[in-house]
Design a protein around this ligand. Structure first.
Ligand code: PAF
Length: 287
């Protein structure tokens, strides 16, 4: 089993010992409820670094709805089992009062990148993410940090925070892991009933449909968007929150597609919100 600590000074000490002995440090920040997507992040961190730290912290600052925070899955025993298969060296599980001992007055904001897509529907969410990730970076001081490409806006925002604030860490994006029917792995999939689980793959399907329309020569984002919205008409249990075609780095909406884009969507299945994204043109793997 990896070492487990909830204490900032203890974690700092353990990582310092590793760093002082010349070992590189890889860091995988998570909110727990680990799945095969997290496993891939941890394995990549293991491959590229001598010492691997995983944090598990359900960060209250990034939840815009209390019910979402309360029902976020917490599965520490299973998470520890997964961490030990990698294996990671230390798992950091701070309590909210360890990370936020008093009212947080200093925040990190990346406004331009967070005003649309998920940011438009989750006020304060990205400010909570960037603030906690900045705190964790200061505590762990990793050489490399690993994030899933499934949360494309989060990844873009963290990259920009690191760049703008000259944080000495390399941000590594790891491709999305999918179920055989295309559904992206997410801790929130645990909330889906069997019936909802059957409907959830519509989200990756609409992204693929958009890719295929672009492949066939359609260049108007609004024409694609209209077609995608029609696909939802027959599902009363599903609600498309947004579907957008954006420029991959700035995340600004693109109307006429004349270069690489990111196709992103968020969909509600009952009380569960799912997000996903795909790139266009589709990158073919080269070995
Ligand atoms: O992606 C997540 O799990 C969280 O947003 C993160 C990066 C761990 C910050 O709390």
């Amino acid at each position: 089993m990896p070492d487990l600590t909830s204490s900032i000074p203890e974690l700092v000490k353990v990582v310092k010992t590793a760093r002082d002995s010349g070992r590189s440090v890889g860091f995988v920040p998570t909110m727990g409820a680990l799945h095969a997507g997290h496993l891939k992040l941890m394995q990549e961190a293991r491959r590229e670094n001598d010492f691997v730290v995983v944090s598990i912290f359900v960060n209250p600052l990034q939840f815009d709805r209390k019910d979402d925070l309360d029902r976020y899955p917490r599965t520490l025993d299973a998470d520890m089992d997964m961490c030990s298969t990698v294996p990671v060296d230390v798992v950091f599980t701070p309590s909210p009062s360890e990370l936020y001992p008093h009212e947080q007055l200093a925040f990190v904001d990346v406004p331009d990148l967070t005003s649309h897509l998920c940011g438009a529907f989750r006020p304060g969410h990205f400010r909570g993410v960037t603030t906690v990730v900045a705190k964790l970076f200061h505590i762990v001081r990793p050489d490399r940090a690993y994030f899933g490409e499934k949360d494309a806006q989060q990844l873009a925002v963290i990259r920009r925070m690191v760049e703008d604030l000259n944080m000495p860490v390399a941000v590594v994006g790891i491709p999305t892991v999918r179920e055989p029917d295309g559904l992206a792995l997410s801790s929130r999939n645990k909330h889906l009933t069997a019936e909802q689980r059957q409907l959830a793959p519509l989200l990756p399907q609409i992204l693929r449909e958009a890719q295929s329309r672009l492949d066939k020569g359609e260049r108007s984002a609004s024409a694609i968007s209209r077609a995608i919205k029609l696909m939802f008409r027959k599902y009363t249990e599903l609600r498309l929150e947004y579907f957008e075609i954006v420029e991959p780095r700035t995340l600004k909406a693109v109307e006429h597609v004349d270069g690489p884009v990111l196709i992103a969507g968020a969909m509600w299945v009952g009380a569960t919100r799912l997000i996903d994204n795909m790139s266009w043109p589709v990158e073919t793997e080269t070995n």
